[in-house]
Design a protein around this ligand. Structure first.
Ligand code: F6P
Length: 548
């Protein structure tokens, strides 16, 4: 397989980038009075504005040429057809099947998995209705008031992000709590405020082998049984979401309390499956379905819209342009909506676990930069923390600003101020402030020439940092579903462009293996002589301190 970098379309972009990398983004607006409408697109309730990127008509066309050269339409078709795109694990990648309400069949190994999806959704609907209506009773006959979701990574980040994002749509029937950290402090704090008679645990683990999750589940079970005494209380208080039902049952979880997961959905794309059960319990199943509907709407856009208007494709191409061709290794996600507090963490896993790879699909080393270092937090808080570096630091950083036209709750002038900040930041990051403007301002403030010269360098903002803005009408279950689906497809396209296998995560496995080996050493086993001195030294230090 020849390298992407050898494609003429790739080389065209390399040359183009060298020629335009330092041009002024604001200058591009002077050349094109219609730049905003030329460089923005609509999808569902969203507007995607990419005009504040270092990108002109030529860049746009060359990026589309690259998408064509790597056969994007064929790859997209394979995703649609359920071809095992997770080639290192020989698995299909069918999270789209989880939200397809059209009745279409999806075939995996001769089986129509759409039927499994429907069965699982039905089970979720029934269970949510029972718990939320008070029909489901705990071991002592009391109704459930609190749900504790135990899981990590893809089995935690999605439900936690969605519950936070959609909290305004929840009623007061159930509270939801999340435990992911193996640090026992987290689970102890959560349990401290709960009543075992009224608490339901959702143990979410696709493999049911993840040490953090199993340890937390065991602690939760011991806490329950300490109060309940009888082991059969587990059947009233524990459900599992897993593809390893036998392992869940071995932990004492009743077979009828197991919700199915499948090999053809990756952990970080599994929010749409029963992994989303905490969301459905918290909001009610109808709202969970709305989230699926929003994602499906974007799926249709992705599969049906021509390239130049296809938002996830454009998001991906612009990301590749900034990351690989303009050498910007990082991508900030900056939501201006309190509801999206956990979106950066969610997308961090989705993108970095997917495209943080350095070999291509054929296993050959890649010579270009792949997956961006994705990071971020609520933009307004970031403004008072790390934005200084964005404005005046040494690094070029690409950023996605995400906001809503209307707030979820009536907030008077708060929302106006929030949006003003969002737009002000993208403007400042693009325009900056040059020395001449700084000097004029200082002179107008009455500073002497010497004072002006001394202060001016500190007040210059170089600008020209690329940003994209995604505006939703308002956070709703549907719009959130669509937002996540946009990024999921963006990740897929970037994997195609970079030619990486986006759906495995071998890099995560190594740490798990080593942690399992080191745990006995922390419990007293002598570190082997072959182990590195630092690790052995740290372990001996901890042991000595603990025994002192
Ligand atoms: O973080 C690594 C990972 O393998 C993720 O891909 C997955 O979402 C997470 O661990 C949890 O795995 P499981 O659902 O099997 O417990």
């Amino acid at each position: 397989m020849s390298s992407r970098a050898e494609l003429p379309e790739w080389q065209n972009l390399v040359q183009h980038a060298a020629a335009v990398k330092d041009r002024s983004i604001s200058g591009l607006f002077q050349q094109d009075a219609q730049r905003f409408s030329n460089c923005s697109r609509r999808v569902a309730d969203k507007l995607y504005d990419f005009s504040k990127n270092n990108l002109c008509e030529t860049t746009f066309e060359r990026l589309l040429d690259l998408a064509k050269a790597v056969d994007f339409p064929a790859w997209r078709q394979q995703l649609w057809d359920g071809v095992p795109l997770n080639s290192t694990e020989n698995r299909a990648v069918l999270h789209v099947a989880l939200r397809d309400s059209s009745g279409r069949a999806y075939w995996v190994d001769g089986k129509n998995i759409a039927l499994d999806v429907q069965r699982s959704l039905k089970q979720m609907r029934r269970f949510c209705a029972q718990v939320r209506s008070g029909q489901w009773l705990g071991y002592s006959g009391k109704t459930i008031t609190d749900v504790v979701s135990i899981g990590i990574g893809g089995s935690n980040l999605g439900p936690q992000m969605a519950c936070e994002a959609l909290a305004s749509y929840a009623d007061d029937r159930l509270k939801v709590h999340f435990v992911s950290n193996v640090d026992g402090v987290q689970i102890r704090r959560v349990l401290a405020d709960l009543d075992p008679e009224r608490t339901l645990f959702v143990v979410a683990s696709k493999t049911f082998t993840t040490r953090e999750t199993l340890l937390n589940a065991r602690t939760a079970k011991a806490w329950l049984l300490q109060q309940a005494g009888a082991n059969d209380a587990v059947a009233k208080h524990f459900v599992a979401v897993t593809s390893a039902v036998a392992k869940a049952q071995a932990m004492g979880i009743a077979p009828e309390n197991c919700f199915e997961m499948w090999d053809w959905v990756g952990g970080r794309f599994s929010l749409w499956s029963a992994i989303g059960l905490p969301v459905a319990l918290y909001l009610g199943f109808d709202q969970f379905e709305q989230m699926l509907a929003g994602a499906y709407e974007v799926d249709r856009h992705f599969f049906e819209t021509p390239e130049r208007d296809n938002v996830p494709l454009l998001m991906a191409l612009i990301g590749v342009w900034n990351n690989t061709f303009l050498n910007m290794p990082t991508q900030a996600i900056l939501p201006y909506d309190q509801a999206l507090k956990y979106l950066p963490a969610y997308l961090q896993q989705a993108e970095m676990e997917s495209n943080g790879k350095t070999v291509n699909r054929a296993g050959e080393s890649i010579s270009y930069t792949t997956g961006a270092i994705l990071w971020g937090q609520l933009g307004i808080d970031g403004q008072h923390a790390f934005y200084q570096l964005l404005h005046q630091g040494a690094h070029n950083v690409a950023a996605d600003f995400i906001g809503s036209v209307t707030p979820v709750l009536e907030t008077d002038e708060h929302h106006t101020n929030l949006l003003a900040n969002l737009f002000a930041q993208t403007q400042a990051l693009m325009d900056g402030v040059d020395e001449q403007a700084v000097l004029a301002d200082l002179a107008a403030r009455g500073l002497s020439e010497a004072e002006q010269r001394a202060l001016a360098p500190h007040k210059v903002h170089r600008g020209n940092q690329p940003t994209s803005t995604l505006l939703m009408t308002k956070i709703t279950p549907q719009s959130l579903g669509g937002l996540i689906a946009l990024y999921e497809h963006k990740i897929f396209v970037q994997g195609v462009i970079w030619d990486v296998c986006s759906y495995d995560q071998w890099g995560v496995e190594l740490g798990k293996l080593l942690a399992n080996k080191l745990e006995p050493q922390l419990e007293g086993e002598e570190p082997p002589a072959t182990q590195d001195g630092s690790t052995s030294g740290l372990i001996r230090y901890v042991r000595a301190q603990q025994l002192a």
